[in-house]
Design a protein around this ligand. Structure first.
Ligand SMILES: Cc1ncc(C[n+]2csc(CCOP(=O)(O)OP(=O)(O)O)c2C)c(N)n1
Ligand SMILES: [Mg+2]
Length: 556
């Protein structure tokens, strides 16, 4: 459609507002209802990545949000294009990731008349978002976009969904386009009040064995720096929790042991939920008191008032910074904390760092690696090539690298427990950092969800290494069958030892099969040197994921 100068289309207003508010990149898959936006994107500075299935572009936007703190933007068409994309919002919501999903939508003038792909898209996305609505007029589109971007980042970050009816996108604006950023764009800071900070500090001063626990938003790069700063300033243990395995997250070693001993849990934006066994015994001591600082009053209200020592409103990262400032201003407070005869912070550090010594001896059977051998290979590779991003996904296999591999940046599927996001995550991680190695460790079942994104990676020249732990089954669920129903009743979790490496070669990437631990270092180097999106198909022994506990020391 030709445009008359001075009368931008709705699609132009959408794109101009995104650009004005700092959006640099859109992850998308085309469709009738959003072609006006594709057209409006021409000539802008917004980079476009188009993918092979809509959930992938939402996962990419999620990874972008987690890695940058900016809002990751995904654009999908209406009908099932929207529902495919919306499915991935659940992962972003649980991961507290700022995401904006824009979906094309049947024209408002045709709603109720059996329009093409007519669907109550805003209702579908609502439970998986902080807000979800359908734009109602061309002249409020700029405000819609600004509001959506603000809500995604404000308070507890998370996904927002906005449906864009195609007739609004094609219609010329009635009013003159806004000349400045809409007022809706301004983010309200969630600083905790001085009284709240003082009350938290007083409670920390009384506790003998406190733990400061943070949620997923604190597990990104900015959050980890804030947690480290508070730990340094307070001398107290500060831990981030972002795994669906909760207190059994292998990244946290024998954390469950120290959690059970804590007498005060300070939840900084950390929901009290299944990951903490709802705060119930034996995971948490009945006498343990809670301090809760959260942007969401509903999460404060979750804690039994009888156990609640201090509660109040505050964003997680702002609260971490405020607590650290308070500690630095009054360093003697931490020193006055009553001891219990042990060095509690050192005990917590030792528990979190603990990994069983006998893991070093783990070897797979002939022709297969033990997951520990796979992880040792990946860890050594990331040591040889510093500055990398580690991505962990899949059921049982995904837990091992979380226990054994370190990298400056790490993405896991997150508290939602969804599998399948890692290949889209890897593409977004490569776009975020063109230099460092990007390694995704994932299961063979998980690989199937988004393997077509290797095509996207080849088209855009985005090298990364997928290390597939191939045990020819959906092992996490198979392990449940073994534990609950016995081997004789284990069914419908088998897969084939398929040549996923050849799938990737066929799509234009690099692929190799690895069956011996001694071949893994060379295979990783070759994959890296290929400069291509790569898949190492590593045959592994099918074993349960680790649940890390220290051996009990018997009393003398
Ligand atoms: C979207 C989604 N579907 C299904 C599940 C259930 N699930 C969790 S782990 C898992 C098995 C994953 O298999 P694989 O990637 O091969 O890893 P493995 O457990 O075998 O190491 C399944 C099916 C889930 N968590 N998310
Ligand atoms: Mg498997």
């Amino acid at each position: 459609m030709d445009q008359s100068p001075g009368r931008p289309r709705g699609a132009d207003i959408v794109v101009e507002t995104l650009e004005r508010l700092g959006v640099r990149r859109i992850f998308t898959l085309s469709g009738n209802h959003i072609m006006p936006i594709f057209d409006a994107l021409l000539g802008t500075d917004i980079a476009v990545v188009h993918v092979r299935q809509e959930a992938a572009c939402v996962h990419m936007a999620d990874a972008w949000g987690r890695l940058t703190g900016e809002v990751g933007v995904a654009l999908v068409t209406g009908g099932q294009g929207q529902t495919n994309g919306a499915a991935a919002l659940f992962t972003a919501l649980a991961a507290e990731s700022p995401v904006l999903l824009l979906s094309g939508h049947a024209g408002l003038s045709e709603i109720g008349r059996g329009a093409f792909q007519e669907l109550a898209q805003a209702d579908i996305a609502r439970p998986m978002t902080k807000a979800s609505w359908t734009a109602a007029s061309v002249d409020t589109l700029a405000d819609d976009i600004a509001r959506a971007l603000r809500i995604a980042r404000e308070g507890r970050p998370g996904p927002v969904h906005l449906s864009l009816p195609v007739d609004l996108l094609e219609a010329p604006a009635q009013a003159a386009p806004p000349s400045s950023a809409p007022a809706e764009a301004a983010i309200r800071a969630g600083e905790p009040g001085a009284d709240l900070v003082a009350a938290v500090m007083a409670e920390l001063g009384r506790a003998r064995r406190p733990l400061i626990l943070c949620g997923p938003v604190a597990c990104g790069a900015a959050g980890r720096a804030r947690m480290a700063a508070l730990e340094a300033a307070s001398g107290l243990p500060v831990l981030g929790m972002e795994s669906p395995r909760g207190l059994n997250d292998p990244s946290l070693g024998a954390f469950a042991e120290v959690l059970a001993q804590a007498d005060c849990l300070v939840l900084v934006g950390k929901p009290l939920d299944f990951t903490l066994k709802f705060g119930e015994a034996p995971a948490v001591a009945p006498a343990c008191r809670f301090v809760v600082i959260d942007p969401d009053p509903a999460l404060v209200a979750r804690v039994d008032p009888a156990r609640l020592a201090v509660a109040g409103a505050g964003d997680a990262l702002a609260t971490l910074a405020a607590l650290a400032r308070s500690c630095r201003a009054r360093p003697s407070d931490a020193a006055r904390r009553p001891g219990d005869g042990t060095d509690w912070p050192a005990a917590v550090r030792a528990a979190v760092a603990y990994r069983p010594a006998d893991w070093d001896d783990r070897r797979g059977p002939e022709g297969r690696l033990h997951p520990v051998e796979l992880c040792r290979g990946v860890a050594a590779f990331l040591d040889r090539h510093p500055g990398g991003t580690l991505i962990c996904d899949g059921g049982e296999i995904g837990q091992w690298p979380q226990a054994l591999v370190q990298a400056p940046r790490r993405l896991i599927n997150g508290v939602s427990g969804t599998i399948g996001a890692s290949l889209p995550f890897a593409l977004a991680a490569r776009l975020h950092d063109p230099a460092g190695p990007v390694v995704a460790v994932l299961g063979d079942g998980t690989f199937g969800f988004h393997m077509a994104e290797f095509d996207t990676a080849v088209r855009y020249g985005l090298p990364f290494i997928a290390v597939v732990g191939n045990d020819a089954r959906w092992n996490a669920e198979y392990q449940i069958q073994l534990r609950q129903y016995g081997a004789a009743r284990a069914r419908h979790c088998d897969l084939l030892s398929s040549r996923y490496d050849r799938v990737v070669t066929a799509l234009g990437g690099h692929g190799a099969l690895v069956t011996r631990a001694e071949d893994l270092p060379g295979a990783l180097e070759e994959a890296h040197a290929s400069g291509l999106p790569a898949c190492l198909n590593v045959l592994i022994e099918s074993v349960p994921a680790p649940v890390i506990r220290r051996p009990k020391v018997s009393a003398p």
